[in-house]
Design a protein around this ligand. Structure first.
Ligand SMILES: Nc1ncnc2c1ncn2[C@@H]1O[C@H](COP(=O)(O)OP(=O)(O)OP(=O)(O)O)[C@@H](O)[C@H]1O
Ligand SMILES: [Mg+2]
Length: 329
């Protein structure tokens, strides 16, 4: 695939750029990510959606250099501020990613140290990163814990992670990511465990970060309603492939898959926007299945014979809009 995800975009090089990324498992026979291109500019929030197993997390983990054991980058390059990360030693890459990228995972427990209080964990970041004295780091910590919606920051700071609910822990992890003040934030289903009010606060914080600090945010989610107020554009993945770059409010989905995700949805009572991905009859293929044509064809209500013959390219269907379907452009 050669199409860029922001065609004809002017200006400086992207903050982060993935070109032609493929990720395999086993001995290279299972491709879980297939030729993904993705750009993220300073101050830009990009949403990444798709059914479970479509390759969203592996794409994000590749960007951070954190692919799980057994996974291998087969093709592609990853650039950060125009620099190819594969040209760096593992140590230099870790240092660069640790300093400039922050990741918020769906499962917050793994990111927290069970033997340190919440306050110590957050203020350690301020002390190490900015060399702040203890009292100043503590004040910044309490301020940040308040910002992420912890009701009693002073008490929370003295608690250990196991005393917290999943939602509270997630807010702490988000506070830690914000304390790092990264240029690139990858948030992988960060609000799934949170109630809608807190989720909205977190989204607001991330959007402020993109705006004020000119950070780039890659936001992976199943909650499409959240993206409408957050993302500048949305990428849709299916079976390891990018199939569409669409508008953040999903007002004009083009690919039958995107339309299917949105189609059967009851409107969100608060905003009339789709709330979550809706089930489409059938299942996505497993990475071991091979297709001569479009992998969505077996589930596509609009398929024709030609869909079986070859994989369509990701092509520009409207200005700035990309779609992988032979009905377009
Ligand atoms: N450690 C692993 N070993 C083998 N296969 C894996 C492993 N991790 C992921 N996969 C496979 O790679 C594919 C993509 O996984 P990925 O985690 O990127 O999906 P995802 O889009 O993030 O899904 P979800 O929405 O469920 O988080 C899936 O088919 C999954 O089965
Ligand atoms: Mg995932």
């Amino acid at each position: 695939m050669s199409a860029s995800t922001t065609p004809n975009a002017p200006g400086p090089p992207p903050l982060a750029e993935i070109r032609g990324l493929s990720v395999s498992f086993g001995r290279g026979e299972f491709l879980a990510v297939k030729g993904v291109d993705l750009e993220l500019r300073h101050g830009e929030v990009v949403g990444l959606v798709g059914e479970s197993g479509s390759g969203k997390s592996l794409t994000a983990l590749s960007l951070m250099g954190l692919l799980p054991h057994g996974a291998r980058q087969e093709t592609g390059s990853i650039l950060f501020r125009g620099r190819d990360l594969s040209s760096l030693s593992p140590g230099a890459r870790r240092e660069l990613c640790g300093r400039h990228m922050g990741m918020v995972f769906q499962e917050p427990l793994t990111a927290l140290n069970p033997v340190l209080t919440i306050g110590d964990q957050v203020s350690e970041i301020f002390r190490l990163r900015e060399g702040l004295p203890r009292e100043q780091a503590r004040r910044r910590t309490l301020d940040l814990l308040r910002q992420v919606g912890l009701p009693n920051p002073a008490q929370a700071a003295q608690s250990y992670p196991h005393r917290f609910s999943g939602g509270m822990r997630q807010r702490v992890v988000i506070a830690m990511a914000l304390a790092l003040d990264p240029e690139l934030v990858i948030a992988d289903e960060p609000t799934t465990a949170l109630d809608p009010t807190i989720a909205a606060q977190i989204v607001w914080l991330l959007r402020e970060m993109a705006k004020k600090r000119q950070a780039g945010v890659l936001f992976i989610t199943h909650s499409l309603g959240i993206l409408a107020g957050l993302a500048h554009r949305v990428l849709v993945m299916y079976a390891g492939l990018l199939v569409e770059q669409t508008l953040a409010d999903f007002s004009e989905p083009l690919h039958p898959y995107t339309r299917g995700l949105l189609g059967a949805l009851p409107p969100n009572p608060s905003g009339g926007r789709p709330a979550r991905l809706s089930p489409i009859p059938g299942h996505p293929p497993s990475p071991s299945e091979r297709f001569p044509g479009c992998p969505f064809q077996p589930r596509c209500p609009e398929s024709v014979d030609a869909c079986l013959r070859g994989l369509p390219p990701l092509a520009e269907a409207r200005p700035g809009r990309l779609v992988r379907c032979l009905r377009f452009p």
